[in-house]
Design a protein. Sequence first.
Length: 372
Amino acid sequence: MKPVEKPGNPNFSSGPCSKRPGYDVSRLSMETLGRSHRSALGKKVLQLVCTETAELLGLPADYRVGVVPASDTGAVEMALWSLLGARPVDVLAWESFGRGWLVDITQHLQLENVRTISADYGELPELDLVDPEHDIVFTWNGTTSGVKVPDGDWISDDRSGLTICDATSAVFAMELPWDKLDVVTYSWQKVLGGEGAHGMLILSPRAVERLESYTPAWPLPKIFRLTKGGKLIEGVFRGATINTPSMLCVADYLDSLMWIRQIGGVEAAIERSGQNLAVIEAFVDSHDWIHFLAQNKALRSNTSVCLTVDLDDEKVKDMTSLLDAEGVAHDIGAYRDAPAGLRIWCGATVETRDVEKLMPWLEWAYAQVKGE
């Protein structure tokens, strides 16, 4: 039987992700529009982005938070180009983005002393193989594989190298051990459902020390430069961005942070995401034709939920197209480099009742495509 009730919000894309419940663009604070980001007002609002982020995430007092260009990709590449080369590097790669950082490091930066610790989609590399004397580059949550790092226990407290963590689909949705992470990057359009083109860069004192004591052998583009005269450009972390940000996107991000505060902070956001995942877990447990790409429950992402279906690749595409045409689930096909399947975003901005309403539609679409 074709379901009758549809999700109130059919947006389950893994990026840009669904806007928060009750979002209304007309209610954003517009006072900075048409004003210079270098004005006293512009700097004040941009500094608020940094301080509010640090407070809500519970960052150590000596960590720095800055807004940088080009989304999470720009933030990660800024870190790689600025920090790597001083030590050997261990790269953890088990999905598209981790493998992309490996390409950057080996083919573009052309570093030679690099170890790859890899795994197939749906699995996690052997974390115990990392060397604490090396810099470590990894994603916390594999957005294209649905596999997350379960904790930070594998990261040594006595490490000499830096941990550089792409956490774009984990920040505000998963517990992160900040004392274990020296560089953390994310973007607004993931867990918070914010707008694109801006990245966030979080630095520990150890990362700052590296920036001030090490000069890469390669030239750095202007938008990557975090030091001047051997000292950190502190203004980047106090509201003086490297290039011009969209102040409308900034207002949108601050609205997202206010919503996180209103619902009870990061813990509440994590709980909402976990409830969404639990709905899909119950559905998968009761149907033998759909499976988690991440078979180990402890490694299963609670944001980018990746599923395989007992259909050939073309019929999986037909299934997602049918759901899209019915207006019940937009943009839920697997990432282009990943195994064919479904990818359903379950971050905090998605309402659990909408995930619940989606499940019968998955069963209906599967039956339609299979011809039952």
